[in-house]
Design a binder for this molecule. Sequence first.
Ligand code: AMP
Length: 113
Amino acid sequence: MSDCLFCEIAAGNIPADIVVEDEFVVAFRDIDPQAPTHVLVVPREHHNNVADLTRDNPELAARVLGVAAEVAQLETLEKGYRVVTNVGSDGGQSVNHVHFHVLGGRELAWPPG
Ligand code: AMP
């Protein structure tokens, strides 16, 4: 989709610090990390949010979560980690291309606030 930051990153048109990628999914480091490991996992195909993704392409949703688990393994987050996806303005979503934050490397507060 034109004018979509994460479509542009997935296409290789905007540089990113890529951790792992395959034909369908790309994982790259967040530009403003909130934890020692903060990686964003996104499908290459554009979907606005997790509701759209799971409705329109549940197989792809499962692939994205599989890559999130792979990122945790690659980043050696054996003490645990968090996978978060924000939806809409109240949810804190600032980029309207579905993405899962993989956060770890320190003890994470709960509830998040
Ligand atoms: P959200 O607020 O849940 O939509 O998350 C969007 C995330 O994208 C934020 O954590 C931003 O720091 C991150 N972000 C924005 N621009 C870039 C970029 N060019 N490369 C990597 N991460 C980015």
